[in-house]
Design a binder for this molecule. Structure first.
Ligand SMILES: [Mg+2]
Length: 323
């Protein structure tokens, strides 16, 4: 299968300090310039809000709004078959579904190229307030940030498909999207180029922490804590369940924050379990509108991070003064 048009990846970055929004810089440069920046001033002022996608920003798995309807497939039957094959073959469930999806498309004679996946992404439903969330958070931080130059970035770390996420209206709001992706030109059926598993997600949290966002660069080299551009204490991870446990555990163990969400009117037992186990600071209904419990609790975490940034900046200045 040949890709018709290669859409360039690379979400728009919004690195302007809060309060000066609108100045978007398009760059995928790694953020590792800690050495140079450290000379100019305290530079750990970036806050990263990191989101899972399916079940966190959107009620259902993204395939259920896009490819499965295009193939006229019942989601329950599809996932049941995919999970059964994965179990029987001892295969990774994500690779299995990525393969099965295109096997079904081929069987049905439906051609879905990269651009088609992007187009289908328009149909993905988002939880209430998600579209406005990014501006509301920017407004709140601008009101509260007393330290100059605080920047808020939004990241997506999803097992879902990059191509579908690209088609959603919120795609440009992310500084970077890390998600599974297909090769479209290498094989007859599209072949997984990158598969982000539950535990694999933690790699991307380290990439954000270390400023090594270029996937061509190795993440494994040691980097002292004080050189990492976004300390874990400046990060919040938003997820909806078991698949987020490794990410939430990493955040909490490393001084970061985590929030679990659940669909309104549906069981919140998973969130309660996560909360009781100390995996998350808070949980709330996935209502991203201003004034919701999720918004207020996120703002509390932002207040804590802003205070932390001010304290660490003051300590940094004191350290410089006594040299
Ligand atoms: Mg999820």
């Amino acid at each position: 299968m040949v890709e018709r048009v290669t859409s360039k990846r690379g979400a728009a970055n919004d690195d302007s300090p809060v309060g000066q929004s609108g100045a978007r810089r398009k760059s995928d440069k790694p953020q590792g310039g800690a050495h140079a920046a450290a000379k100019a001033g305290f530079d750990k002022k970036t806050i990263a809000l990191v989101y899972d996608f399916d079940g966190t920003l959107s009620p259902k798995p993204m395939q259920e709004y896009t490819v499965l309807p295009a193939l006229n497939m019942d989601p329950k039957l599809f996932w049941a078959e995919s999970n059964r094959i994965a179990r029987e073959q001892g295969a990774d469930p994500l690779i299995t579904y990525m393969h099965l999806m295109y096997k079904k498309a081929k069987e049905k004679g439906v051609r879905i190229d990269r651009d088609d996946l992007v187009q289908l992404g328009r149909d993905v439903e988002l939880f209430p307030g998600v579209a406005e969330w990014f501006d509301e958070i920017a407004t709140y931080v601008a009101l509260r940030a007393e330290s100059q130059g605080v920047v808020v970035r939004h990241y997506l770390v999803s097992s879902g498909l990059t191509e579908i996420i690209e088609g959603t209206a919120i795609y440009p709001r992310f500084h970077k999207v890390f998600a599974s992706e297909y090769w479209f030109e290498a094989y007859d059926l599209p072949y997984p180029k990158r598969v982000i598993t539950d535990t694999g997600k933690t790699q991307y949290l380290f990439r954000i922490n270390k400023g090594i966002e270029d996937l061509g660069e190795s993440i494994n080299q040691h980097m002292p804590e004080d050189e990492r551009p976004i300390p874990f204490s400046n990060m919040v991870y938003f997820g909806d369940g078991e698949t987020d446990v490794p990410s939430m555990a990493l955040m909490r163990k490393s001084g970061g924050h985590a929030v679990a969400v659940h669909t309104a009117g549906k069981a919140r037992s998973k969130c309660v379990d996560l909360f009781r186990a100390g995996r998350v600071d808070f949980f709330a209904v996935a209502d991203y509108r201003r004034g919701s419990e999720l918004f207020k609790r996120t703002c509390l975490l932002i207040d804590r991070m802003l205070a932390d940034i001010r304290i660490r900046e003051e300590m940094w200045k004191l350290g410089r003064a006594i040299k």
